[in-house]
Design a protein around this ligand. Structure first.
Ligand code: FMN
Length: 304
């Protein structure tokens, strides 16, 4: 059987399939539906320094081929995570990556510092791309200067694997990727959601309480794929690709475009077993094409 394992620096993943932040809770919620130890890893909901209620309802809306959300980083805060959630999940045999969100650089660094001390958390994913919060969030990810500043500050504090999650709501994502690479990011994840909106024409009002929200699902896959391909040519660090991956065929496209690993997001809401089916499908593809290791596929798009 082909070797599905990948590395980000010294961190080994048994396979390249992770679940995406905000679509998989803290893993424990999915334990009854899926064997978590089969995953390459899972990424927790965005976790902030203080607990957050999130935005007012309605904050989720189904669209053609995708969904809009404006959850607004609802979570119980890092201290709750450390005290209550971490002891429950820490011994799962998979990589647990905490998605770190914040409004200020100080917030981000305080959370990262606390996570640095947790033995069973080998990596964090820095969310500088959330479109659903008024302060911070995407604001950090849409300029090279602020993306670099926050990455630099975290890099000083956080000694383990640092993944920075990028926003697609920019003119040129490769510039942001280069900026965070230069400040010590070990990998980048792309993409977060695209800013969108929905209108209820009968009442002439926006559907979401926040007017705009983040678009995810199959409708964003072509954009995500294009951004992974562009970024692959721009940086040397590994790329974790996501955006609308629903099955193994979608995942294979991301590897060919240059992703070392992928994440499953919105698809978890349709079928929580999607990631395991994707792993199986990747195995089948590799064996059909007589490829020994998933690493051989990365960036192998032929454009002649
Ligand atoms: C309901 C919901 C909540 C999300 N919350 C977060 C979050 O807390 N932090 C984050 O970095 N991304 C968050 N995301 C973005 C996803 O992790 C992912 O980047 C995006 O949905 C695109 O992938 P997909 O099309 O496979 O869902 C959220 C997405 C959804 C749909």
């Amino acid at each position: 059987m082909a070797d599905l394992s990948i590395n980000i620096k010294k961190l080994l993943f048994k396979n390249p399939v992770l679940t995406a932040s905000g679509t998989f809770g803290y893993g424990e919620e999915f334990e009854d539906f899926i064997a978590l130890n089969k995953l390459g890893g899972f990424i927790t909901k965005g976790t902030t320094l203080k607990s957050r209620e999130g935005n007012a309802y309605p904050r989720v809306h189904e669209t053609a081929s995708g969904m809009l959300n404006a959850v607004g980083l609802q979570n119980k805060g890092i201290d709750y995570f450390i005290k209550t959630t971490y002891p429950i999940i820490k011994d799962l045999n998979t990589n647990i990556i905490v998605n770190v969100s914040g409004s200020t650089i100080e917030d981000y660094t305080a959370v990262a510092e606390k996570l640095n001390a947790l033995e069973k958390i080998p990596a964090i994913e820095l969310n500088i791309s959330c479109p659903n919060v008024k302060q911070g969030g995407m604001a950090f990810g849409t300029s090279c200067k602020s993306a670099a500043e926050v990455t630099k500050a975290i890099r000083k504090t956080y000694k383990k694997i640092l993944i920075v999650k990028l926003s697609p709501n920019v003119t040129d994502i490769t510039e942001i990727a280069r900026a965070v690479e230069a400040e010590g990011a070990d990998a980048v994840s792309l993409i977060n959601t695209l800013l969108g909106m929905a209108i209820d024409a009968e009442i002439r009002k926006p559907v979401l309480s926040t007017v705009t929200g983040g678009l995810s699902g199959p409708c964003i896959k072509p954009i995500a794929l294009r951004m992974v391909w562009q970024t692959y040519k721009a940086v040397k660090i590994p790329i974790i690709g996501l955006g609308g991956i629903m099955n193994a065929a979608d995942a294979i496209e991301f590897f060919l475009a240059g992703a070392t690993a992928i994440q499953i997001g919105t698809a978890n809401f349709i079928d929580p077993q999607t990631s395991l089916k994707v792993i199986k499908g990747i195995e089948n593809y590799l064996s059909k094409h007589k490829i020994n290791s998933i690493n051989e596929l990365v960036g192998k798009l032929s454009i002649e």
